[in-house]
Design a protein around this ligand. Structure first.
Ligand SMILES: Nc1ncnc2c1ncn2[C@@H]1O[C@H](COP(=O)(O)OP(=O)(O)OP(=O)(O)O)[C@@H](O)[C@H]1O
Length: 254
């Protein structure tokens, strides 16, 4: 059973350009799927449609059998706790400590007042320390985030997404600001911790080799259309050229 179903999805920010066109794919619970494609292909837009950071123009997105575009207030809030997000630039509060930033991931479960007062229970704090331990940065728990390296900050970003107890984590170019060594550490952690916790992962990546190394499946986007969707062994050089080339419009059936 698919956790996420994207059906004939279309997105336009304005009347002139359609950023996503007839996008169809499913993601099963527990899958680790990468989305690759050239700059401007619509990868970030696709992730933003899934958690409704932007509204969709056509088609539908079903998450856990619920139509995302129809959700209101309480259900929309629930969707945002069920879907965690990891960003390229981490989106942490730099002057707050690591542990405070991680606990921010629990805000979706709190009343506004509890959130403002920073009220977190012992279980939540223990969970935050557990995640920091798993991600190898427990010793930095009381440091301000702006004192950490990029790779360490991204691990805080991952812990903040996971403490939400999400079913799905969307990662928008999680390693685009990192050097190769830190990138490897982040991808290793992302893969192992999501697989251990049984969390589904949908990751936008610029690097084909990284996508091939870590994914169960790859989706290739070109100018807003899915031009490849299949397991890594089917992503041949020819298909990579079609994803990154500009001439092809045909769907590669796999
Ligand atoms: N808020 C917005 N308003 C108008 N156009 C937008 C907006 N966000 C993105 N776009 C346009 O939509 C297209 C797809 O952008 P998007 O960021 O989704 O692509 P991407 O594949 O993630 O690119 P990159 O790899 O460079 O991040 C681009 O042409 C971009 O200019």
């Amino acid at each position: 059973m698919a956790l996420l179903q994207v059906i004939e999805l279309g997105k336009s920010y304005n009347t002139e350009t359609r950023v996503l066109k007839g996008v169809n794919f499913d993601v099963k619970a527990g899958e680790f799927v990468s989305i690759i494609g050239p700059s401007g292909a619509g990868k970030s837009t696709l992730l933003r449609c899934i958690n409704r950071m932007v509204s969709i123009s056509e088609g539908s997105i079903l998450f856990d059998n619920q139509e995302v575009s129809r959700l209101k207030k309480k259900d929309l809030r629930k969707l945002r706790t069920d879907i965690g997000m990891v960003f390229q630039h981490y989106n942490l509060v730099p002057r707050l400590t690591v542990i405070e930033n991680v606990l921010h991931g629990r805000f979706g479960y709190k009343s506004t007042l509890q959130g403002v007062l920073g009220r977190f229970n012992e279980d939540e704090k223990a969970r935050a320390f557990y995640l920091l331990h798993k991600l190898g940065i427990e010793e930095h728990a009381y440091k301000r985030c702006d004192q950490l390296s990029g790779g360490q900050q991204q691990r805080v970003g991952i812990a903040r997404a996971l403490i939400q107890d999400p079913k799905l984590v969307l990662c928008d170019e999680p390693i685009a600001s990192l050097d190769p060594n830190s990138s490897k550490i982040i991808m290793d952690h992302l893969k192992s911790i999501t697989s251990e916790l049984g969390i589904t992962c949908l990751v936008n990546l610029h690097q084909v080799e990284v996508a091939q190394q870590y994914s169960d499946r790859i989706i290739g986007l070109n100018e807003g259309e899915v031009v490849f969707d299949g397991p890594i062994h089917q992503l041949t050089d020819d298909k990579i050229n079609r994803i990154y080339g500009t001439q092809t419009r045909e769907l590669i059936t796999v």
